[in-house]
Design a binder for this molecule. Structure first.
Ligand code: ZN
Length: 321
């Protein structure tokens, strides 16, 4: 069957891109409005990903904690660490999950047909039917929980909590945070999508589940398939097993524009250094520039003069292995 003949999707645009020997499609899942991009060619290294626009309103790290948590077992794959198990036996050429300041993606690639189908299935099940609703312990383990330390004192622990404590101990990360907050004070970029360790313990289990209910919905998703495969068959699988169970939902995940400043803004932020270290050699300077209005925010990456946008505190990246 051809993509054009599928009744559950409509083709919005079909285009041949000779440079990459590909036929490309932009499609829309009719029932939910899920967006789909297809790049069909003879490359055996097949790629699938599903992404959601996740625009947090605080710095509890909810998007990042959720990214970890959906990978801790799902309806059809109810084991503790399906991805660690998968990575062991799979022929994948790429397997990861990444939280960006305004979206979360779950990409996977493999040259083997069966392996590819299996990985795609596990990812779709993870994002749509994670065990987080049944098992609060997943949130506690990946997010934050209380623990008695070796001195018998109550302290915080949690995978993301610890990871972000590490990220926040880097001056580059602190600098990155500061410049984004200064440039985009009224948007989601003023929040730390990875989670600020000081704020992470404010996140409740209810808010965490609500975030999944709101943003991990087909209407707020983008699905991508690339390579040598039967695209129509894959789209049918995705519709029948996942998308068709949902109705369309209005998801308010858009990133508002930030109004330009009247004058340059200057910020100074102090950070601790070790005793004996010299402040002169530990001082950082960064200059940032907001994207001018009208240029759009395709992927919402703020222009920042001297620092790598996804280098440190801005994006939290997970190795699935
Ligand atoms: Zn992480």
């Amino acid at each position: 069957m051809r993509v054009e003949e599928l009744t559950s999707y409509e083709v919005i645009e079909k285009r041949e891109i000779a440079d990459i020997n590909s036929v490309t499609y932009l499609c829309r899942h009719k029932k939910t409005g899920a967006r789909v991009a297809l790049v069909s060619n003879d490359d055996d290294n097949k790629v699938f990903y599903i992404g959601f626009r996740t625009t947090p309103k605080d710095s509890t790290g909810v998007a990042h904690i959720l990214e970890h948590s959906v990978l801790c077992g799902s309806k059809e794959f109810p084991i503790k660490d399906p991805f660690i198990e998968l990575a062991k036996g799979s022929l994948n050429t790429f397997l990861n999950a990444i939280t960006y300041p305004d979206h979360t993606v779950y990409p996977v690639a493999s040259c083997n047909d069966k392996d590819f189908q299996n990985l795609m299935h596990v990812y779709l099940d993870a994002v749509f039917y994670p065990n987080i609703y049944k098992n609060e312990a997943i949130f506690r383990q990946e997010g934050w929980h209380y623990e008695l330390d070796e001195n018998g004192e109550l302290s915080y622990n949690g995978v993301v909590y610890n990871e972000m404590k590490g990220a926040f101990s880097s001056p580059d990360a602190v600098l990155f945070r500061e410049i984004t907050t200064a440039l985009y004070p009224h948007t989601t970029y003023s929040c730390e999508s990875g989670g600020d360790p000081k704020v992470i313990p404010e996140l409740t289990y209810e808010q965490f589940k609500d975030f999944h209910r709101t943003y991990y919905h087909p209407s707020n998703s983008y699905i991508y398939l690339y390579g040598n495969m039967d695209m129509a068959e894959k789209l049918t699988f995705i519709d029948e097993h996942y998308l068709s169970a949902y109705d369309a939902l209005e998801v308010d995940s858009e990133v508002a524009s930030e109004a330009p400043f009247d004058a340059p803004v200057r910020r100074v932020r102090e950070f601790p250094i070790s005793e004996g270290e010299n402040a002169d050699e530990n001082t950082y300077l960064d200059a940032g520039r907001g994207r001018p209005p009208g240029q759009g925010t395709l992927c919402g990456v703020p222009d920042s003069g001297l620092c790598a946008v996804y280098g440190s505190g801005g994006a939290a990246e997970e190795g699935a292995d």
